[in-house]
Unconditional design. Structure first.
Lengths: 283, 113
């Protein structure tokens, strides 16, 4: 039961952290609960479908369907996270400056909630499909231990979700003025880490070269299998023994999203182009 | 579960011996690792250094497995009775751990020379 709890916990933890960060990043946005929970529900449905067609996906594309599927949804999530950050660098400062007026009335209507919902859906889909495969296998095997293992799995889901809630409420203690700055950084690192994982999948399928292995080896300090290592892996893409291609994708993602954020950054004009935001600010 | 593990342990050991005795290379040049009785056979897999290798993981058990390694970054579900292929490397000499994410007590190493 404990073994099952830990396996399920580790899967849920990854999705839980992503959803927790996304919820914090969308603080104060109306109907975000609907979008995010909708994304998670769609992800769960997708997880069951993916698990159900695991055999077909695995044998697709000459046996590398799993890798290409995983890489595709990871890169989709990277794009959505990047889009969110670019959007935030355009509007986030105004929102933080006057969260009550502009934040709610003017900007939130166009806020890319669908991007965040998709990211949550993908996180739930990825980890959820593994849990479904795992628990289905246990249920299929049956026996007296199956029931207790299922209970362990349920506790694992609760513990993983609690970790997501912990990071969410932890982030909420940050003053609103700084919150979106912090969540933008978290999302940038999250995206870079996902791109690095996606690159490893493409190397596994022999689509990309590995470009060397063990570019460093910090496994003697922190293994990725330890809880701390796994947390850092999800949050900032920590890799104890990285492949070259992972570092290329990690750095390229940081640079790409970072420079787009810079290019589209909102420069607050003291007297703005006779638009409604200026008038609202003056009130 | 302990009863099952004990029962398979002997069988696993037997297959381990068999696995070590047999060449690990398949016809198409892939290196074969078998999951049998909750164990990787062989659990210590010799791999040539400095070249890309194709690992073929066959699951002969009746439960779902996930072949995973944080040392060489591979993660792939292996359905019961099925087999998967992953490309690894080129790796530097050393030992690289892999495990079954759904049965984390089952572990092995690529021994790269």
């Amino acid at each position: 039961m404990l073994a099952t709890l830990i396996i399920v916990f580790r899967e849920v933890l990854e999705a839980g952290l992503v959803v927790g960060i996304v919820l914090a990043a969308s603080r104060g946005v109306p109907r975000r609960g609907l979008w995010i929970s909708g994304g998670c529900a769609a992800g769960l449905l997708g997880a069951v479908l993916v698990a159900g067609f695991a055999g077909e996906i695995a044998s697709a594309v000459e046996g590398f369907g799993q890798e290409l599927f995983n890489a595709s949804i990871l890169f989709a999530a990277v794009c959505m996270l990047g889009w969110h950050n670019v959007w935030m660098s355009r509007h986030g400062r105004e929102m933080a400056a006057d969260a009550t007026k502009i934040g709610r009335d003017v900007l939130d209507g166009t806020r890319p909630l669908y991007a965040l919902a998709l990211v949550c859906g993908i996180a739930v889909l990825r980890e959820g499909s593994e849990i479904v495969l795992f628990l289905y296998g246990i249920a299929l095997a049956g026996g007296s231990s199956a029931a207790s293992m299922m209970i362990g799995g349920a506790f694992g889901v609760v513990a993983g979700a609690a970790s997501g809630a912990a990071i969410y409420y932890g982030l909420l203690t940050i003053p609103l003025r700084y919150l979106f700055g912090v969540t933008s950084w978290l999302i940038l690192l999250l995206a870079a880490g996902m791109a690095s994982s996606g690159a490893a999948f493409l190397a596994a399928a022999d689509v990309l070269p590995a470009l060397g292995n063990n570019l460093w080896d910090t496994s003697f300090i922190l293994t990725e299998q330890s809880l701390g290592g796994q947390l850092l892996h999800v949050l900032i893409g920590y890799t104890a023994r990285p492949e070259g291609i992972q570092i290329v994708f990690y750095v390229a993602t940081l640079l790409a999203i970072g420079s787009l954020m810079r290019v589209f950054r909102h420069v607050p004009a003291p007297v703005s182009e006779n638009g409604s935001p200026a008038r609202q600010l003056a009130e | 579960m302990p009863v099952i593990t004990a029962r398979w342990l002997g069988l696993g050991a037997a297959f381990l011996a068999l696995g070590l005795a047999l060449p690990a290379y398949a016809d198409d040049g892939g290196i074969v690792i078998v999951i049998k009785g909750g164990h990787f056979v062989p659990s210590e897999v010799p791999v040539p250094a400095g070249q890309k290798v194709k690992l073929i993981v066959r699951n002969q058990d009746s439960t779902m497995s996930e072949f995973e390694s944080t040392d060489f970054h591979r993660e792939k579900a292996v359905p019961p009775g099925g087999e998967i292929t992953v490309f690894v490397g080129p790796l530097d000499p050393g030992s690289y751990e892999f495990f079954d994410d759904f049965h984390p007590e089952d572990r092995g190493h690529l021994v790269v020379k």
